[in-house]
Design a protein around this ligand. Structure first.
Ligand code: ATP
Ligand code: MG
Length: 577
């Protein structure tokens, strides 16, 4: 029976013979030749941290091929190291895989479910003379292993009789020995060119409770012993992993060939995802969280799926990004700008537009009647007519961005300045009459007039204005905090020259605590990002309270003014900051 995983249809992902890469070519050939009937893959996270965008590559590949070829993909927790694993991670991983758009159906597994079977297979290896209990310490084992240029030496315990090995291994399981006293090793070849074949450790003693098996075990299988056998138990056909496991493949195969396993999985390796200006190692991400360099695993600056979600990145953008990166066999590093590009492209199509002023400057429309207001109609998404329109209140007092006014503007500044007329988006043309300053000479308010004939933003006499700016009615505005994010690291390759923490960007978070939002933003959710017109894409943060919303910037819009400056060397617009 074929079981299909449900997976999202992105429109840009093709089924079956669309996407091509060496993994899909192998699967296609295996199916065509009848070597397999149904493709079965698995995504095997270790529950010792949150999933990050690197994992998304593996998730999209494993679940993606299962979907494309009518097979299935298992979610299997590789929970063989109870020292670092926690329930919190098991829950977050499931939530994140689902959020990314994939579903494992009934196929949720844990390597720990197979502990008894794995133990029996370990005894099988002992009985067939292919495994032995070693009393050497971890340090001695390392010393005996040799180097890339020198063969290893046999352990003095390597030739123990089968009966003695069985007895010792059972006593290891029974808890008779302390941590580190003994290990079970495969008996392969201490002179093998591949270090992984120099009698690798299969079991170690760990008197640690396991999140799922509790105190049932005090010996735990290593990754190498658990992984391939778990694949075989589940009938996995293609065990897809990253390149660092290439050297483990001979051991993977050796174990499968020397055990009475129920199926014959094969391992294939692809290049892991590396991204500039961030780190994708769980050890480093854990350190950032534990030492308080970020506010948690879901800090919007983190490359974790939880962080990206909180930042407003839609899962479709991540899947599109992964598809564009593709699957290859050689390591490389992808520009984080490509991810940002995919996010902008996606949100440009789907995000509703709103008006929000991040650095407010008060504007008083002198000829607008006091105490009155009106509602104007604004388009929700020019890219999607179905998104409709909304009402935006307008009144005598407004806020505009500080950067939209200059007292003494350069030639190419088309926004507000003394005597200049601009369009207020969806509202009226206004002309600046006067800038009011405080005692220190800082501009605190603009006095303007409006032309009532320009309601909706067009002049009946056909006169044009060069600038259109956004605004928020002062008496209707929501006060909000807005958090702007920049790259977490200054260097594209954090840690390349020393401690990666030294490369942290001290300005990765900027908090603006006096922002003014149009009232429709009271209804914004933490699930869908919106575009703040002219400033970027933003999403409501779950830390918001009902009377004080907080918004995270997902990504900025490209700043055409900045581009112009770069090209023409115009006088600096000191207000665009
Ligand atoms: P660690 O950093 O602790 O070695 P890991 O990142 O390999 O852990 P796992 O939980 O073992 O984390 O990963 C689950 C799966 O995701 C593995 O198959 C792994 O190869 C894959 N994976 C992890 N990081 C990346 C990455 N950057 N790109 C692609 N796949 C990845
Ligand atoms: Mg790993």
């Amino acid at each position: 029976m074929n079981e299909s995983n449900t997976a999202p249809d992105d429109g840009n992902e093709q089924n079956g013979d669309g996407q091509r890469d060496f993994i899909r070519d192998i699967i296609r050939a295996d199916l065509a030749a009848g070597r397999i009937e149904t493709v079965v893959t698995r995504f095997p996270p270790e529950p010792n941290g949150y999933l990050h965008i690197g994992h998304a590559k593996s998730i999209c590949l494993n679940f993606g091929v299962a979907q494309e070829f009518g097979g299935r993909c298992h979610l299997r927790f590789d929970d063989t190291n109870p020292v670092k694993e926690e329930r919190e991670f098991i829950d977050s991983i499931q939530e994140d895989v689902r959020w990314l758009g994939f579903d494992w159906g009934q196929h949720l597994y844990f390597a720990s479910d197979y502990f008894e079977q794995l133990y029996e297979w370990a005894e099988h290896l002992i009985r067939t003379g292919k495994a032995y209990v070693d009393d050497l310490s971890a340090e001695e084992i390392r010393a005996y292993r040799g180097t890339l240029t020198e063969p290893g030496r046999n352990s003095p315990y390597r030739d123990r009789p089968v009966a003695e090995n069985l007895d010792l291994f059972r006593r290891m399981r029974a808890g008779e020995f302390p941590d580190g006293a003994r290990v079970l090793r495969a008996r392969i070849d201490m002179a093998a060119g591949n270090m992984n074949l120099r009698d690798p450790v299969l079991y170690r003693i760990l008197h640690v409770a396991h999140p799922r098996t509790g105190d049932a075990w005090c010996i735990y299988p290593t990754y190498d012993f658990a992984h391939g056998q778990s694949d075989a138990i589940e009938g996995v056909t293609h065990s897809l992993c990253t390149l660092e496991f290439e050297d483990h493949r001979p051991l993977y195969d050796w174990l499968i060939e020397n055990l009475p396993v129920p199926s014959r999985p094969r391992q294939y390796e692809f290049a892991r995802l590396n991204l500039t200006h961030t780190v994708l190692s769980k050890r480093r991400l854990t350190q950032l969280v534990r030492d308080g360099h970020v506010r948690g695993w879901d800090d919007p600056r983190m490359p974790t799926l939880a962080g990206l979600r909180r930042r407003g990145v839609p899962p479709t953008a991540i899947r599109d990004f992964i598809r564009r990166v593709g699957i290859s066999k050689s390591d490389n590093t992808v520009e984080i700008a490509l991810l940002e590009h995919c996010i902008r492209e996606q949100l440009n199509r789907t995000a509703e537009r709103r008006m929000a002023v991040l650095h407010p400057l008060k504007v008083v429309i002198e000829n607008y009647p006091e105490g009155e207001s009106e509602t104007l109609e604004a388009i929700n998404n020019p890219e999607d007519p179905a998104a409709g329109t909304r009402a935006v209140p307008f009144g005598r007092e407004l806020y505009i961005e500080r950067s939209d006014f200059m007292e003494d503007p350069p030639r190419k500044f088309f926004r507000l300045a003394p005597g200049r007329e601009v369009r207020l988006r969806y509202a009226y043309f206004i002309t600046c009459r006067k800038a009011i300053k405080d005692a220190r000479g800082e501009i605190v308010e603009l006095r303007c007039t409006y032309d009532p004939a320009t309601r909706g933003g067009n002049a009946p006499d056909g006169r044009k204005v060069k600038g259109t700016i956004h605004w928020v009615s002062a008496s209707h505005a929501l006060d909000a905090e807005v958090r702007l994010y920049d790259h977490l690291f200054n260097r594209p390759d954090p840690g390349a020259e020393g401690d990666f923490l030294a490369d942290l960007n001290p300005d990765s978070l900027t908090v603006l605590d006096n922002c003014k939002l149009e009232p429709a933003l009271a209804e914004a959710t933490c699930e869908a990002a919106v575009q703040f017109e002219r400033t970027g894409y933003f999403i409501r943060d779950p830390e918001s309270t009902s009377d004080r919303p907080i918004f995270n910037r997902t990504v900025a819009l490209r700043d055409t003014w900045a581009k112009l400056q770069a090209r023409g060397g115009e006088q600096k617009d000191r207000s665009t900051r």
